[in-house]
Design a protein around this ligand. Structure first.
Ligand code: HEC
Ligand code: HEC
Length: 147
């Protein structure tokens, strides 16, 4: 009997904790068996303003719209401005040197197939709030807090 009481007490405690602090979910209050209404698509920022990278290896966000930009076997619209040759006229920043590197860390003459599908890593900037909160701190502020 004692064990049962203990298990019931534990279960009740767990249920209470869960009710107090439900697991964060992007579904919101929609029950699992129902399909929630899709959120409206956020507006894409087209301000030409580069955003701060959170760390050096972050793929920078795209500061312009890319609606209808073709990236497939036949054409890569992004490279029509961001390739080494195109930057003279487009004034766009050249894809970085890492984009020419193959998997053996050898530099190729043109953009590596690994970096061909730009939107695999780069996303547009959107006028929207983060979906979930976070307390990410930039390394500079972490370092300055220690001093
Ligand atoms: C018509 C020319 C043009 C095309 C096409 C274009 N870009 Fe750009 N891009 C620019 C210019 C110019 C900038 C510099 C900032 C500005 O003026 O908007 C830029 C900035 C960027 C940046 C910001 C770099 C940084 O350091 O913050 C990224 C990332 C980027 N573009 C990715 C892309 C991707 C991915 C595509 C294709 C889906 C693309 N661009 C297509 C002209 C272009
Ligand atoms: C596998 C992920 C990945 C793909 C695919 C990719 N990039 Fe990047 N890109 C990055 C990362 C990470 C950085 C920042 C670090 C670096 O320079 O490598 C970056 C940096 C850049 C920059 C900034 C360069 C600078 O010197 O400021 C531009 C512009 C850019 N990418 C454009 C593109 C375009 C255009 C394509 C498609 C042809 C592309 N990227 C494909 C990950 C990617």
């Amino acid at each position: 009997m004692k064990t049962y009481a203990f298990i019931i007490a534990l279960t009740t405690a767990a249920a209470a904790a869960w009710a107090a602090e439900p697991i964060a979910t992007l579904r919101g209050p929609t029950p699992l068996v129902e399909q929630g209404t899709a959120p409206t698509m956020p507006k894409v920022s087209n301000e030409d303003l580069r955003r701060l990278r959170n760390y050096p290896e972050q793929p920078p966000t795209i500061p312009h719209h890319i609606r209808g930009y073709q990236i497939d076997l036949n054409a890569n619209k992004c490279l029509s401005c961001h390739s080494r040759r195109a930057t003279v006229d487009s004034k766009a920043p050249m894809v970085s040197i890492t984009h020419f590197m193959n998997r053996d860390s050898q530099f190729l003459a043109s953009v590596s197939p690994r970096r061909y599908f730009c939107t695999q890593c780069h996303v547009t900037q959107q006028v929207t709030k983060p979906l979930v909160g976070n307390d990410f701190a930039d390394i500079d502020s972490v370092l300055s807090d220690q001093n």
